[in-house]
Design a protein around this ligand. Sequence first.
Ligand SMILES: *Cc1c(COP(=O)(O)O)cnc(C)c1O
Length: 378
Amino acid sequence: MQKLRLFTPGPTMVSPESMLAMAQPLDHHRTAGFRDDLKECVELLKYVYQTSTTPYVITGSGTAAMEAAMLGCCKPDAKTLVCHAGKFAERWRDILARFNLPYVEFQKDYGHGFKGEEILAKLKEHGDIKAVIFVHSETSTAAVSDAQGIAAACREKGALCLVDGITSIGAIPFKMDEWGIDAAVTGSQKAMMLPPGLGLVALSDRAWEVIDSHQAPTYYNDIKAYRKSMDKFDTPYTPNNQMVTGLKFTLKQIKAEGIENIWSRTAKLAKATRAAVSALGMKVFATDPVDSVTAIEIPKGVDGGKWRKDLRAKYGIHCAGGQGHIKDTIIRLNHMGYVDEVDTVGAIAALEWTLAAQGYKFESGAGTGAFSRVIQGA
Ligand SMILES: *Cc1c(COP(=O)(O)O)cnc(C)c1O
């Protein structure tokens, strides 16, 4: 017997209750039932995004939603500043390149985040930048950027602010309207606690002005088509209606727990995990660590591939390794969504047991002890 415990930062664990909410006879999507579901999702998503604008639901993963936002907001006659210090932000640069959209790169080493004043300086240096793209929570390195400060810099300089919030929205503080964000994207399989399959995107009035001024070079991801259908709480193409039913279910759970409570739960798990990591004589990889996921540097003498394999084979704990050039350097543990302190202390214990099996030296229980002390507020 083995219980599978997904500790990857996407897909994250999905509750049996959510799976059951979706285990219904398949209905048609051009029905009052689907429209009611979508309408309720939109209202609940406004709460999660902290916005009064309409969030759209695209059948596709987070990348589809990001592509929709980018192709609408980044025009061929305007420059975009793309900030990257990790695998996901590099993807957004690659999309700009693929569509021959002009861009300026702001690159940092993996593990770093971006700050508002740095973006302001870049916007002053390049007066022709019309949009800024950054990843709020760079999942590949577990680093955070100052979304509020970056949005403020964009507002000051009149550039659109496009945020990959795929592992921040619903996990760490995110206030679309208050901060002045123009495009905010996430996906179903991270903090929304669902299987993969839905991309979510909300756009400000400023963003819509740009979107309406040209034809985006895409058919499926043309966000204008989604807006047109949304008048009747419909979608332009066949939606994953089973997942929309699931989304309604998990968004209601989020609303019931309260978004601020979710933010503090996530932050506490991250803080306790970081304490455990240092108590075990290991290091957190990121210089600017985010709370939605922790990246742990693999200690010398430990084989990271074997470590992850043992965790899954012996304890059903599936952790992520790294991506890109840090593939074999880190191991990542998720704190988003359907995961609590009991799950996480178990994961820390399993980290200890599998480390010990490789001959790594530490005081047994040091990690779980440090974790517990943070959770108990000692
Ligand atoms: C998971 C993730 C993505 C990619 O989303 P998909 O749903 O796999 O397309 C992009 N950015 C970040 C920060 C992510 O965590």
